[in-house]
Design a protein around this ligand. Structure first.
Ligand code: UDP
Length: 339
């Protein structure tokens, strides 16, 4: 099958002359999701066209990186001769592509990766049941975020730190992760871009002794931090998120990434986390009022690295998930639609 994968086209914030690639240079969950799904499709023998990420290095001869990042350029390519042999478009752009502007009869499926309603619900899949419910839908397909273990390092011997790896924002629970680490008497390595200086200052003021700020990470540093952590903290909070709705963690890329490294998750029940954390970690309440006893008990209850990786690969291995998506592609090509 020939599949056009459309990522969300974004420029690198620190160097707008470059597009965020697949996989990304730094922080960018959707681009990692597309990279892992592409790996799955390639493993199943499919051919892939990548749109929205000019500058991407093709992962194999079966990958064509289309030089289209601007929204109009992506629509033009999808309506031009290059797309005439494509069997299906899988759109991860979260609304940049308008399905009504595709050629008549072109098979199309999208995946929503934000909180709230998708701009175009037509043939949209979701990363969790919670995300789907918040979008007002109760029957569209749910497809989990996949992970290619070859892109990560498994480590059974963990170092003595907890990890926060996300944008440093209220709805992602950086403050609560620092509060947890403080209560547990552990060091929290905080990695991620920070666009809300007051919020970061509050974390430093209240828990400066428990945290180590390392900024946004990519490449080997990101892999090393993921593999070495005692656990990763994913304490998403039901607070107002960036799209004008209460934050409901949609799919959580870091959960499958960490779990592939054998790194367990300490997560809240927010959004998808209630569905995906139990087999690979422990669930703790939202908020920041952890007692030392509670925090230490949660760390003591964590599953072993071997259990975590096995549970992750059983559920979210890139080939396992790509087979589910491949079946869906066949149904859509045969005419299945939903909204
Ligand atoms: N990430 C990264 N560098 C950082 C912080 C995060 O590469 O400094 C990556 C992380 O590994 C994950 C993505 O950014 O792949 C964040 O995606 P997630 O779904 O976890 O969060 P969200 O997209 O909601 O911010």
């Amino acid at each position: 099958m020939r599949v056009a994968l459309v990522t969300m086209a974004l420029r690198v914030p620190t160097d707008p002359s470059q597009w965020i690639t697949v996989p990304p240079q730094g922080y960018a969950g959707i681009h990692w999701i597309v990279a892992n799904h592409m790996d799955g499709l390639l493993a199943l023998g499919h051919e892939v066209f990548v749109l929205g990420a000019p500058g991407t290095t093709p992962a194999s001869p079966s990958v064509t990186v289309v030089d289209a990042g601007e929204i109009e350029d992506m629509h033009a390519w999808l309506n031009g001769p290059g797309a005439s042999t494509v069997d299906i478009v899988h759109d991860f752009s979260c609304g940049q592509i308008d399905p009504d502007r595709l050629p008549a009869g072109m098979a199309y499926v999208s995946t929503h990766h934000l909180t709230g309603r998708p701009k175009y619900p037509y043939n949209c899949t979701y990363a969790s049941y919670a995300q789907r419910t918040q979008a007002g839908n109760d029957s569209a397909p749910v497809v989990r975020i996949s992970v290619n273990e070859a892109r990560y390092e498994f480590r059974a011997d963990k170092d003595d730190y907890l990890l926060y790896l996300a944008r440093i924002s209220e709805f992602k629970g950086a403050y609560e992760a620092a509060a947890f680490a403080h209560a547990a008497g552990r060091r929290l390595v905080v990695a991620g871009p920070s666009w809300e200086p007051d919020y970061l200052a509050r974390i430093e003021r209240d828990f400066g002794d428990a945290i180590e700020l390392v900024g946004e990470v990519g490449g080997e540093r990101r892999l090393d931090l993921l593999a070495g952590a005692t656990a990763i903290m994913v304490l998403s909070q039901s607070t107002m998120g960036p799209w004008g709705v209460v934050w409901c963690e949609p799919g959580s890329t870091v959960v499958s990434e960490a779990a592939a490294c054998g790194t367990p998750i300490i997560g809240t029940p927010n959004g998808c986390l209630a569905e995906i954390v139990p087999p690979v970690g422990v669930v703790v309440p939202e908020g920041s009022s952890f007692t030392p006893e509670q925090a230490r008990a949660a760390v003591a209850e964590l599953p072993s690295p071997g259990q975590v990786r096995a549970a992750a690969l059983e559920r979210w291995d890139h080939v396992v998930v790509a087979k589910q998506v491949e079946a869906l592609y066949h149904e859509v090509i045969a005419g299945r639609t939903w909204s």
